[in-house]
Design a protein around this ligand. Structure first.
Ligand SMILES: NC(=O)c1ccc[n+]([C@@H]2O[C@H](COP(=O)([O-])OP(=O)(O)OC[C@H]3O[C@@H](n4cnc5c(N)ncnc54)[C@H](OP(=O)(O)O)[C@@H]3O)[C@@H](O)[C@H]2O)c1
Length: 253
């Protein structure tokens, strides 16, 4: 798919990786609607970067735990751009709770992580299905984590949420075929990001130690993989790992 003049909705565009994805999709020719939940200044900065690249951009406030917020965000997107060709489910939430500390992972935290990281992406795909399946069809890229491929990362809830997001990718690839290709990017540790700052130290140290390329994942490579998956016409239901070359099945928790 040629991305020139396509419309992309990037959730969590105010975040570290989401911002890089907005920049890369705009560079490839797409107009960008990006969401934030509370960080308006970072969202506005992303809008300004995209606009400077010569593409249209808007920031939309979205709490994807709330169905009413998803409906309102979709209405804003439709009113501003009239459609949507690409959904990048990038927004997520994490909290650092070492795996062995089961007593610290309560039901409220579990629900917040799962609602944000899995239910939200599903509800967004459902809401935008009419636009994504219109015409020649579109693309969904879900941003998961290596924590969804192995028992690792910031908490058990987060690891389970990303495993579920990877399987949601498989399910949506079937459900939305043949009009929509649905794929996934699974980052490992990305240094300097807000989320990486919430990882237990042992998890970050293990990720650095085990990256066979001598460096961990980068937002630029995650964004490039996302653009490639939007451009490709014959890839669906796949997950690309961007983690510095760490064997995905390894338990580094
Ligand atoms: N950073 C890493 O090391 C790493 C590793 C593996 C996977 N990932 C994945 O990569 C993606 C991006 O991560 P990041 O590092 O860029 O995270 P980040 O900087 O913390 O950004 C998270 C984004 O999600 C938004 N968000 C949080 N809760 C939300 C909610 N309830 N509804 C809607 N939006 C919400 C935030 O909005 P505000 O800015 O307004 O708060 C922000 O835009 C995530 O899916 C993450 O799980 C990251």
């Amino acid at each position: 798919m040629d991305l020139q003049d396509k419309i992309a909705f990037v959730t969590g565009g105010s975040g570290d990786i989401g911002g890089a994805i907005c920049d890369a999709l705009a560079t490839a020719g797409a107009d960008i609607a990006l969401s934030y939940v509370g960080n308006h200044d970072a969202a506005q900065a992303a809008v300004e970067r995209v606009t400077a690249l010569g593409r249209r951009a808007i920031a939309i406030q979205l709490d994807q735990r709330e169905e009413s917020s998803i409906e309102a965000a979709a209405a804003q997107l439709r009113s501003a751009f009239g459609g949507c060709d690409i959904l990048v489910n990038n927004a997520a939430w994490n909290i650092g709770i070492p795996f062995p500390d089961l007593g610290d992972l309560d039901a409220v935290t579990w629900d917040r992580v799962l609602e944000t990281n899995v239910r939200g992406p599903y509800l967004l795909a459902r809401e935008l299905q009419p636009e994504l399946t219109a015409g020649d069809g579109g693309r969904i890229v879900n941003i998961a984590s290596v924590g969804g491929l192995a028992p690792s990362s910031s908490s058990i809830a987060y690891s389970c949420s990303k495993a579920a997001l990877i399987h949601l990718t498989h399910c949506l690839a079937v459900a939305m075929a043949p009009k929509v290709a649905v794929n996934c990017v699974a980052p490992g540790l990305v240094e300097g990001t807000r989320m990486a700052g919430r990882l237990p130290d042992a998890v970050s140290a293990a990720a650095r130690r085990q990256a066979v390329l001598g460096k961990v994942g980068s937002a630029v490579d995650i964004a490039a993989a996302t653009v490639m998956l939007c451009q490709a016409d014959t890839i669906s239901g796949q997950t690309i790992v961007v983690d510095g070359g760490m064997p995905a099945a390894m338990n580094f928790g």
